[in-house]
Write a protein that binds this ligand. Structure first.
Ligand code: CA
Length: 225
């Protein structure tokens, strides 16, 4: 397993490398956010251990940039304080797990192992419904030879529908899962994105459609009957 450690406290970074080395993991350390991003973009790591407070770019910015560039390597964020805001920020910007300093080596290794397994589990690259295929890493929706890019919210809405094929997905569930309970998003946000998706289905010439179940929510329909 290859682990990238991004930590500006050099002694801690070296200690982490040593702990990883004892497990026969190949660990490399870099000491600021910009180097962290450059190394991480190589996509050659199984797990990235990323400090939040870093020179040049902070940990949140690094994760956000990685995710924007479609690098899905699991990220474990390290932060000095047990701050809920940090945790929420970290998970929002695309980190996979979060650990507060100080921590024990055992705890770190357990988290790193769990994340590397999680990556191993991600065999699901695509979801399909009817004549449509949704690529989960590129967010491209395809039907036959035609394809179209989905925006992030469109992608999240469609993924939720595809994960519950033919079942009614209530609007409240969409708001909670796609926008979050604190977002202030309303039914008309959902309606807008469903209508964007319908236009894209139409553009692709798909037989599938998103049916409205009045006062409840939406469901995918194959539309061949
Ligand atoms: Ca630091």
């Amino acid at each position: 397993m290859r682990v990238l450690i991004v930590e500006d406290e050099e002694r801690l970074a070296q200690a982490l490398c040593q702990i990883m080395g004892e497990q026969k993991y190949a660990a490399e350390a870099v000491y600021d956010g910009k180097d962290g991003l450059d190394y991480a973009l190589s996509g050659q790591y199984d797990v990235i251990v990323l400090d939040v407070m870093l020179p040049k770019m902070n940990g949140f910015e690094v994760v956000r940039e990685l995710r924007a560039r479609k690098v899905a390597t699991p990220v474990l964020l390290l932060t000095a304080k047990d701050d809920v805001t940090d945790k929420v920020n970290g998970l929002d910007c695309g980190a996979d797990d979060y650990m507060t300093k100080p921590f024990s080596p055992e705890e770190l290794l357990a988290r790193v192992r769990a994340l590397s397994r999680r990556q191993g589990d991600v065999v699901l690259e695509e979801m399909a419904f009817g004549d449509l295929t949704l690529n989960l890493s590129t967010h491209i929706l395809t039907r036959g030879a035609k394809s179209v890019n989905l925006g992030f919210k469109e992608f999240e809405v469609l993924r939720l529908l595809m994960a519950n094929p033919r079942a009614i997905v209530p609007k409240e569930d969409m708001i909670t899962k796609v926008w979050g309970t604190e977002s202030g998003a309303e039914d008309n946000n959902v309606e807008a994105y469903v209508s964007f998706l319908r236009k894209k289905f139409f553009f692709l010439g798909s037989k599938a459609s998103i049916g409205t179940v009045r006062k409840v929510g939406y469901r995918l329909e194959e539309g061949e009957q």
